[in-house]
Design a binder for this molecule. Structure first.
Ligand code: NAP
Ligand code: FE
Length: 375
């Protein structure tokens, strides 16, 4: 057995994580560019106040780039990188869900590297500005991953930059910032976190160490997803803490293994049909698990179901349908594009069962008809 792992992020988890550990910011330089979403949640949740107070205490100057949209575009991160150069930022602080965190990573690259759009997802670089990440959704785990996922209008797809250099150097995970998340975003992002743990577990690149992370992630997030489906339950502090911790575990697992079929197919549902990222994964996971169950006798498929707190795949599917809702209508042409795009991605070849074109067509059909009898 041989495997590697690389987790360079200093993680500060818990209430008042920024205030209580603000000295850690002093090491990154004298000027920060803060990158946030365009909806203003960083202000409303109090993160911006906390971080600005911490920066002030160490005489660190800051500027704010608050134009990041959901599923950030190359155009937006180029604007942010221009801004980083103008304000001579020494480091980048990303605040928000996965979109601002991923944008912060791309800005950290483009602020110090000249890379044309067509080489953005392939060119290697040897320097980026240091990145600090403050998640305000419990979902993507981007605070510890080497990925920045951007929307590329040329290839009409979501594409990822992959480099160990963009793993944030510090992450502050304070569940307080997630307390006021609207129900729908809480559910969508929790499904995303769960899908990271699951896809990583059923990936050929899984190691004994990532399996530990996945199993604990699925155990915690499976239980929280069940609570989220029971409308009578209101989420308390412990639930918010669990969701943020589970999301961190899922992020650590995919930083080593990557994701597979649900994420890759899900990117098309997001790009073409505007389905939020986590919800798209939730729509796909029932058919994905049915596919795995039919194509491999590996006990890990049922182990994943059981550790997540489900009796069988039907039980799992019922919950995912309930949380994700109906899939969008897709035309024949759209389905052909989704299948072609998914088959182009190398990472689907690392799934525990490797899909061919016919498998992918059937899997997509099963997703769109919410049929659990996928064959
Ligand atoms: P998001 O796109 O970052 O945010 C969705 C919405 O939630 C925005 O309207 C945002 O408002 C709002 N929001 C964020 N935090 C809030 C809070 N505490 N209270 C109220 N509203 C809040 O959603 P996400 O699901 O976290 O991220 C999705 C992105 O991450 C996708 O692009 C996906 O591809 C990517 N992703 C990345 C990785 C990775 O490893 N890098 C992994 C999985 C997914 P604002 O506009 O105010 O921010
Ligand atoms: Fe994801």
């Amino acid at each position: 057995m041989s495997w590697q792992s690389y987790f360079p992020t200093k993680i500060f988890f818990g209430a008042y994580a920024i205030t209580e550990n603000n000295a850690s910011l002093a090491a990154f330089g004298n000027r920060a560019l803060i990158v946030t979403g365009q909806g203003g949640s960083a202000r409303r949740t109090g993160v911006l106040d906390d971080i600005c107070q911490a920066l002030e205490q160490f005489s660190i100057k800051w500027s704010i780039f608050d134009q990041v949209e959901a599923n950030p575009s190359i155009e937006t991160v180029r604007k942010g990188a221009d801004w980083a150069r103008v304000c001579q930022a020494d480091f980048i602080i990303g605040i928000g869900g996965g979109s601002p965190l991923d944008a912060a990573k791309a800005i950290a690259i483009l602020a110090v590297n000249e890379i044309p759009d067509e080489e953005l997802f392939t060119r290697q670089f040897d320097r980026v500005l240091p990145i600090v990440a403050i998640p305000t959704t419990a979902g993507t785990g981007s605070e510890v991953t080497p990925y920045s996922i951007l929307t590329d209008p040329v290839t009409e797809a979501k594409q990822r930059i992959l480099s160990p250099l963009i793993i944030p150097q510090a992450a502050f995970l304070d569940p307080r910032y997630t307390l006021e998340l609207p129900d729908r975003i809480t559910v969508d992002t929790a499904i995303d976190a769960y899908s990271h743990a699951l896809e990583s577990y059923l990936c050929a690149k899984a190691t004994p160490f990532t399996e530990l992370l996945s199993l604990e992630g699925m155990r915690i997030l499976g239980a929280e997803l069940k609570k989220l489906s029971e409308k009578t339950q209101t989420l308390g502090w412990k639930n918010r803490e669990n969701l943020l911790y589970g999301s961190l575990l899922g992020g650590m697992a995919i930083s080593i293994t990557g994701t597979t079929i649900p994420h890759t197919l899900g990117f098309s549902l997001t790009y073409y049909k505007d389905v939020p990222h986590g919800r798209a994964n939730g729509m796909i996971m029932p058919a994905y698990m049915r596919f795995n169950d039919m194509k491999t006798s590996d006990p890990k498929v049922m182990q994943a179901i059981k550790v997540s707190g489900f009796d069988n795949i039907n039980h799992f599917s019922d919950l995912m349908f309930k949380l994700s809702g109906n899939p969008p209508y897709c035309s024949k042409e759209e389905k052909e594009i989704f299948v072609a795009r998914t088959l182009q991605a190398k990472n689907i070849q690392y799934n525990i069962a490797i899909p061919n074109r016919e498998d992918m067509e059937k899997l997509l059909e099963a997703v769109l008809t919410t049929s659990v009898t996928f064959r």
